[in-house]
Design a protein around this ligand. Structure first.
Ligand SMILES: [Zn+2]
Length: 340
């Protein structure tokens, strides 16, 4: 075990010890044994959404740009599912899309805040930081704060403000990785991690096209395939993190605000509950020692944190064991025209 993994393990032990002491002191049933501690140390997950107010809103390149009504409805459905499962989610906002939606964009952000949820910065225009120099990245971060800053600053200064750069790109060279880390900290941000990815955008693209084609059977098949894939990915990434770190840190689910998640979120949250997960805030998740150790690796792509930890701590993992979304879903999403 490397020194850093040892440090994480020690931090973890201290956290478990604190939990045990807390349970012994405060449990109404008196002191509890290791068995109870085990069940209290159950799995946890923070649910995060990227691309608020809507992944395809005001995007001229979107194959099927949603109406304002659809954008509002997708957010209502997502907020409804989060509420019914008591999920303290965080939404990452693309400021340019808020501006392009006019008053509706700001109303949606307010709905998230009124629901007791948190907002984070997902930059101004969703540009790829791999293609930008550090000054341009800084401008993207600062301009990305326009609508969310009243919410970011509303709480105590000790509350972390989260930044997630588009595509999870946080530096494709060691110099840029270091510069982005310094830049984010300088603006008071914690970089948001993510540990579970389902390629939901690929399923959503197929789903949108099947809807437009009024192909009900296809819609149902895509939804079923998406939920199957999500269940498998939850399991896969838990195993990956266990292999790399020696335990399962709080998971962080990466989703996007899109039509498919609006209709499936209730079932996705149920999948987590069935696998023994409890929902926590991103702040609580990232307080775990696994996230407190700074990552120093550069990545050209935006892998989930399990793979980043594997590289950082020199743990060999078999990425090819991860299942890809079914070919037929990907091909259908790419090829079928919306008016067919
Ligand atoms: Zn994004």
């Amino acid at each position: 075990m490397t020194q850093i993994r040892k440090t994480i393990a020690q931090g973890r032990l201290a956290a478990v010890a604190a939990t045990l002491i807390g349970l012994a002191l405060f449990s109404p049933c008196g002191p509890v044994g290791p068995q109870a501690a085990e069940s209290n140390a159950a799995r946890t997950v923070a649910i995060t959404f990227d691309d608020l107010p809507h992944v395809n809103a005001a995007d001229p390149e979107a194959p099927l740009p949603p109406t304002l009504h659809a954008v509002r409805q997708v957010n209502r459905d997502i907020l409804g599912a989060l509420k019914s499962h008591a999920v303290p989610a965080t939404g990452f906002v693309v400021e340019k899309r808020v501006e392009q939606l006019g008053p509706v964009g700001k109303d949606i952000l307010k709905d998230w805040i009124d629901a007791g949820l948190d907002l984070g910065n997902h930059t101004y225009s969703h540009a790829d930081s791999n293609a930008l120099d550090i000054n341009a990245i800084e401008k993207e971060i600062v301009d990305g704060e326009r609508s969310i800053s009243p919410f970011l600053f509303r709480s105590a200064a000790s509350k972390p403000r989260f930044l997630r750069l588009p595509y999870n790109h946080v530096g494709n060279t060691p110099e840029k990785q270091q510069a982005i880390t310094t830049l984010a900290a300088g603006h008071g941000y914690t970089l948001a991690a993510s540990t579970i990815d389902t390629s939901d955008y690929l399923f959503d693209r197929a789903y949108e096209k099947a809807l437009a084609a009024r192909d009900t059977a296809k819609v149902e098949r895509i939804v079923a395939a998406y939920l199957d894939h999500t269940r498998e990915q939850i399991t896969y990434y838990a195993g990956l993190n266990r292999q790399v770190l020696g335990y399962e840190p709080p998971a962080i689910m990466l989703l996007h605000v899109n039509s498919l998640n609006a209709v499936t979120l209730d079932r996705i949250l149920t999948l987590f509950e069935e696998a023994g997960y409890r929902f926590i805030t991103l702040e609580t998740a990232q307080a775990d020692p696994a996230y407190q150790q700074p990552l120093t690796i550069a990545t050209k792509f935006g892998p989930m944190w399990g793979y980043r930890w594997a590289r950082q701590y020199n743990v060999k993992v078999n990425g090819s064991a991860e299942k890809e979304p079914p070919d037929w879903v990907v091909k259908y999403g790419e090829s079928i025209q919306p008016d067919l």
